[in-house]
Design a protein around this ligand. Sequence first.
Ligand SMILES: *Cc1c(COP(=O)(O)O)cnc(C)c1O
Length: 399
Amino acid sequence: MSLSNGRPYLAIPGPSVMPDRVLQAMHRAAPNIYEGELVEMTESIVKDLKTVAGTAHHAAIYIANGHGVWEAALRNILSDDDVVLVPSVGRFGEGWASMAESIGAKVELMPFPDLQPMDMAQVKARLEADADHKIKAVLITHVDTSSSIKTDPRALRAVLNDCNHPALLGVDCIASLGCDRFEMDAMGVDLMIAASQKGMMVPPGVGFVFFNDRAAAVRETVAHVSGYWDWKPRVDPELFYQYFGGTAPTHHLFGLREALDMLLEEGLDAVWHRHEVLARAIWAAVDAWGESGPMALNVADPADRSCAVTAAHVGVPAGVELRKWLEEKAGVTLGIGLGMSTEHDPKGEGFFRFGHMGHLNAHMVLGMLGSVEAAMIALGIPHGAGGLSAAARVVAEGA
Ligand SMILES: *Cc1c(COP(=O)(O)O)cnc(C)c1O
């Protein structure tokens, strides 16, 4: 006997829940890739992607996951032995850094201690010390999906401006785009990457690189950009809308067109507000449960928390049992902890993550939280009272 039959809820931090509208838009015969609807649709997709990213500049589409656009962005701005600075608050900063290293850059990884936000004074000191401007780019993750720490790109832009440092500011928004407020041009970001399968609500397989004219000028100084990753043909309508470096990702584009319609019909401010309220509902529940039990959020200050993913811990073996129970008995799948460990939990099995990106609403989050409370009751995990009412109150006030 299981209470999990019915519509499952994949509450991991990507891939996210796909809307029926997106799935239905993809359920169709293959289109002609050389002329007609698909070519015209690509033009509208590029325009709307820029709106979602908050930029008036350039958007390149790749058939690639997030790792692909990590590389795509770097291939266009780095020459051999260029120095990049990667202040990092979790596994995804480290991942982008090792991608940079693998293509021949000199990488300075600046890791901050687990669960601590980025210390801008430390970044500033490093940039000030770089008097002859060897550092070509500063790369950060807007939301680190392992720690769930959010870093404000405006703080980095302020540091670069204060130091009069010309390095490009590159931001990984793979987890955050369409969830946490992000406005590329207004935030002074030169280069931004995102992918289809998180806040954009489309299956994994398409990635995006957004860049401004400063980044485009750096591209001109790079002697060899590999043919596939070169962003120049990809932002040229004449070349690209039929080109895509090969066959267009036809069905992903139909899905993406629908997803962009959904985001823009709702309005970006409303999308960000929805994610913020739902995230705060999760935090309120966990805080209440943690009053007399082991469950706690990883990130102390709400200002440093993402509205797309929330990392938490509940100890061992409760962490593993909780996820297993939820999947088997309630049809809810939470994300595993990533990159976290302690002396008592060397494998990090007591950590887990709530994914709350993209297509989700109040009843999904309240249902998920109710299921978590049921799991804790069933498993005998101690927890404070009132978690669900605390979450309901946030939803009531936020609505
Ligand atoms: C998911 C994610 C990635 C990796 O994306 P893949 O599609 O799995 O390659 C990179 N950075 C961040 C912040 C992510 O959330």
